[in-house]
Design a protein. Structure first.
Length: 226
């Protein structure tokens, strides 16, 4: 039977389904455990009959042996607990798939206007929308209301030229008397199509391909709600 590959974006796993890093830790502990056992056995077999090792020293070594064994078992228990917690988190997020999420995330532009929520700094008298492509290059800049709030981004520059379809990162630079107060990402909305575990965190995949951490979601709504 062919091996089943893990989902795209999932962390590497060992043969028991745990994270690869945890598997490496368990392997190291097991190696230490076996090495200790071999050393203790060799010491008992080769001790001088006329000058045997003191019993208290053996007791101390056996106590150390027990400690190593407990570390191995504890590591296995923690690995299983982490896996169970990850599955629990995924189960709780199952109801999110199909919902529309609002978060500070890149937008997927398909030629239609994109609704945004702009955040500006207190005292702003000039705000500028800055649009970057997937490699971070600035492809558009335009003035927006200094008060911020709801805004519809058309994806067209001052000459009316439409940007190519794709993923864009959008932020708002706030100014006061030509002094930069700061830059803040915009909030946008997208439909959730998948929830996956990546690096121990739950990542949501949007219909346009954007990915955002579940902890960064600011709001959810049913797309069928009026």
């Amino acid at each position: 039977m062919d091996a089943i590959s893990p989902p795209i974006g999932s962390p590497p796993t060992d043969a028991r389904g745990g994270p690869a890093q945890t598997a490496k830790g368990a392997t190291a502990l097991n190696s230490d455990f076996e090495t200790f056992l071999k050393m203790l056995t060799a010491q008992m077999q080769n001790q001088d009959p006329l000058n045997p090792v003191d019993s208290t020293e053996f007791a101390s070594q056996l106590a150390a042996f027990s400690t190593v064994e407990q570390q191995v078992r504890t590591n296995d228990l923690l690995t299983g607990l982490g896996t169970q917690l990850g599955v629990l988190g995924m189960g709780q997020l199952q109801g999110w798939v199909g919902m529309t999420a609002r978060a500070e995330m890149p937008v997927s532009f398909d030629g239609s206007a994109v609704p945004l929520t702009l955040k500006t700094r207190p005292g702003t008298d000039l705000a500028r929308l800055v649009v970057r492509d997937e490699v971070g290059g600035i492809v558009q800049e335009q003035d927006v209301p200094p008060r911020g709030g709801d805004y519809s981004w058309s994806g067209r520059d001052g000459s009316g030229n439409q940007l190519p379809e794709g993923i864009y990162s959008i932020s708002v630079d706030s100014f006061q008397d030509d002094e930069v107060l700061g830059s803040d990402p915009v909030q946008s909305q997208a439909r959730i199509v998948e929830a996956r575990l990546s690096g121990g965190a739950t990542v949501l995949v949007m219909a346009g391909g954007q990915q955002v951490s579940a902890s960064d979601v600011l709001g959810l709504r049913n797309p069928d709600a009026s």
